[in-house]
Ligand binder design. Structure first.
Ligand code: FES
Length: 405
């Protein structure tokens, strides 16, 4: 690379004109070099937003589109797209001599960053005064025009109603009602490309995942997530939501920004196969990574075994079944430990038993759980209705195997 004063030779015209946009290094400076309509342009490679590599982007007319979140800058002047002209990246003079492209790296214009209106979710997490707040997130997917009974939805409705009767503020979000995009894996481009609030939320005003972020990060003290079991895992909508919550977890790992602190999560899991522990374990692991804490017995789950896919017969009573239906506790928001401390431990003296929320009110006669019935009611003439009927599923096998129940 030949140098003449501050003009730096960055390569042959033939080579640089072969691609409309390229990342080039000139004297330790990263440039986004473009070629269009016979003219070269050179601007800084670093995007004004959160540092995306402009040279790896694409051209949209005369503008370079950042590959991370689509901010645009003029390929020759570095000026932002219409409406954001004050937002500019450094631009450098370019000339062509003897078949070589030269850039004056010392004569770049100045970078200017215009403050952008922060997204409402970016506000400081502060708990306003008020009663305990419980958010329910129903993840069951169904045809809205032809709805069906959902055991997990039903139990969640019951829990929220009971919490309301105890004086809590409640909020229900059905993922099925929301229109939100799948995570597009910005963190796989670069850790810094994953932002809080989520890049999609900031770019797409129609995306409704902001309702989940608002509830989990800003509003709720406690969250209950309900899910059916689908092929041995939580529902597809649960995973779609979980992937979009990457930005909450990445905020911790990338920026040491703990958004969820001293909040409790619990789960309602209903399935037609005996996999509740695996599903609960996955959900617990993920919500722990988000910053939630868990009390003793953090999930309630119902399963009727492999031979019982009759969803219409799933438990409609939230009565606890020993070893299967768990109660969980929520720590009171009046905990003396400062909520701002990311390492704060819950104050168990103020624990509020959410088993009272999950369980029917004392005034209601307590009904027998169908889950319990399923365990004890033989499903075939040979079945004794014993432990493996419920836990592993009775498939009407030979009398010898059935006798092991
Ligand atoms: S748009 Fe360039 S880093 Fe976000």
């Amino acid at each position: 690379m030949a140098e003449d004063d501050n003009w730096v030779d960055i390569g042959a015209t033939e080579e640089l004109s072969a691609a409309p946009l390229k990342r080039v290094t000139a004297m330790n400076r990263q440039l986004a070099v473009s070629f269009k309509d016979g003219k070269f342009g050179a601007v800084s490679n670093t995007c004004n937003h959160v540092g995306g590599p402009l040279g790896d982007g694409r051209l949209d007319g005369e503008f370079i589109v950042c590959p991370w979140h689509n901010w645009k800058f003029h390929r020759c002047s570095g000026v932002g797209e219409p409406g954001f002209e004050q937002d500019r990246v450094p631009a450098f003079p370019v000339k062509v001599e003897n078949g070589r492209v030269l850039v004056n790296v010392a004569a770049g214009s100045k970078r200017a960053k215009t403050p952008h209106e922060p997204h409402p979710l970016a506000r400081k997490v502060e708990r306003a005064a008020g009663p305990l707040r419980l958010a329910g997130i129903a993840t069951s997917a169904m045809d809205v025009a032809n709805p069906r009974f959902s055991g997990s939805d039903h139990l969640l409705d019951h829990a929220l109603r009971a919490a309301g009767n105890l004086g809590a503020d409640t909020r229900l979000i059905r993922l099925n009602d929301l229109n939100f995009r799948a995570c597009e894996g910005y963190y796989s481009k670069s850790a810094l490309a994953c932002t809080w609030p989520c890049s999609i939320t900031q770019m797409d005003a129609k995306d409704q995942m902001d309702q989940v972020y608002e509830a989990l990060v800003h509003w709720a003290d406690a969250v209950i997530v309900s899910s059916p079991i689908r092929w041995g895992a939580a529902s597809s909508l649960y995973f779609k939501m979980a992937e979009r919550l990457n930005c909450v977890q990445n905020a911790i790992t990338i920026r040491n920004q703990v958004l969820i602190c001293n909040k409790v999560a619990g789960f309602i899991i209903v399935g037609g196969q005996d996999n509740v522990q695996a599903v609960a374990g996955q959900m617990l692991g993920f919500f722990a990574e988000l910053g939630f804490i868990f009390p003793q017995f953090p999930y309630i789950a119902h399963s009727r075994g492999w031979s019982r896919e009759d969803m219409e017969s799933f438990p409609i009573s939230p009565t606890r079944a020993a070893g299967r239906a768990k109660t969980w506790n929520a720590t009171s928001r009046s905990c003396a430990t400062p909520r701002s401390s990311p390492r704060a431990r819950p104050c168990w003296r103020n624990a509020v038993s959410i088993s009272r929320i999950i369980s029917p009110p004392a005034t209601e006669p307590r009904r027998r759980s169908y889950a319990v019935d399923a365990r004890r009611t033989p499903c075939t003439p040979e079945c004794t209705g014993g432990r493996s009927h419920h836990y592993s599923g009775c498939r009407g096998l030979s009398p010898r195997l059935v006798s092991r129940h």
